[in-house]
Design a protein around this ligand. Structure first.
Ligand code: URA
Length: 229
């Protein structure tokens, strides 16, 4: 691979910024300063930028504990993007596999593997997402059956797909859904006359939010977690 391409693949520098770094003599290959952007990087060659080793890596798979106040958009808008919590190179290649609202906390999966992300977000794949929900009003036991059958969301023709409701207390429940319509959980409770006042995603498929992660913290997924999707 050409050296300028290698640098842009392994850092946040574009190819033209990589060329500038090369001209400034900031890049070494196996300890020698290299200024030629067309230099071919061979397997095993140690490339450094200002002394820091650059490494090519495969796709990244990340779990983040999303705090309140961050948006699941790839760019900062009125509020900061969850991606700003990851101090990583090439953040622009990452996509968010299943979004959470600004005021929702919990598990967000982030990757630069588009197919893997699709397996989580595609409604056809029926990947379950479990939410812990705090409600304004107490729920009745009959809601479990109602959600299992499906409810009609405002503005939608079809009923929601069967969802699993576990009632922990009159105002705290666990809800597992297998689709991801816009504001789905909030709209499901609105459809039965209740209001969500706290929403936290605990799991996506078999991947559980790591209890060791504080809001705002993240880690790479394990091989088993990646394979489970
Ligand atoms: N459903 C919602 O209403 N909000 C979320 O953030 C996720 C699911």
């Amino acid at each position: 691979m050409r050296l300028d391409k290698f640098i842009s693949e392994t850092t946040s520098l574009t190819r033209s910024l990589a060329k500038k770094a090369l001209h400034r003599g900031e890049i070494c290959c196996d300890g020698e300063v290299v200024k030629n952007s067309a230099f071919k990087v061979k397997v095993g060659c140690k490339v450094t930028l200002n002394g820091e080793l650059l490494e090519l890596r495969g796709p990244r798979y990340i779990m983040l504990h999303k705090p309140i106040g961050y948006i699941c958009s790839t760019i900062d808008e009125e509020h900061p993007s969850v991606l700003s919590l990851l101090k990583l190179n090439n953040r622009d290649r990452l996509c968010i596999a299943g979004r959470l609202d600004l005021d929702t906390t919990g598990l967000v999966l982030i990757t630069d593997d588009g197919q893997w992300s699709h397996r989580i977000t595609s409604p056809k794949k029926e990947c379950g997402k479990r939410y812990r929900v705090q409600l304004a009003d107490p729920v009745e036991a009959s809601l479990t059956e109602q959600f299992a059958k499906g409810v009609e969301l405002r503005g939608e023709r079809e009923l929601t797909r069967p969802a699993k409701l576990e009632i922990h207390s009159p105002t705290e429940v666990l809800l597992t859904i297998h689709e991801g319509k816009y504001h789905q959980v909030k709209r499901m409770f609105a459809a039965v006359g209740n209001k969500v006042i706290g929403l936290h995603r605990e799991s996506v498929g078999e991947i559980e939010l790591d209890p060791a992660l504080e809001p705002g913290q993240w880690r790479y997924l394990s091989e088993n977690e990646i394979k489970s999707v």
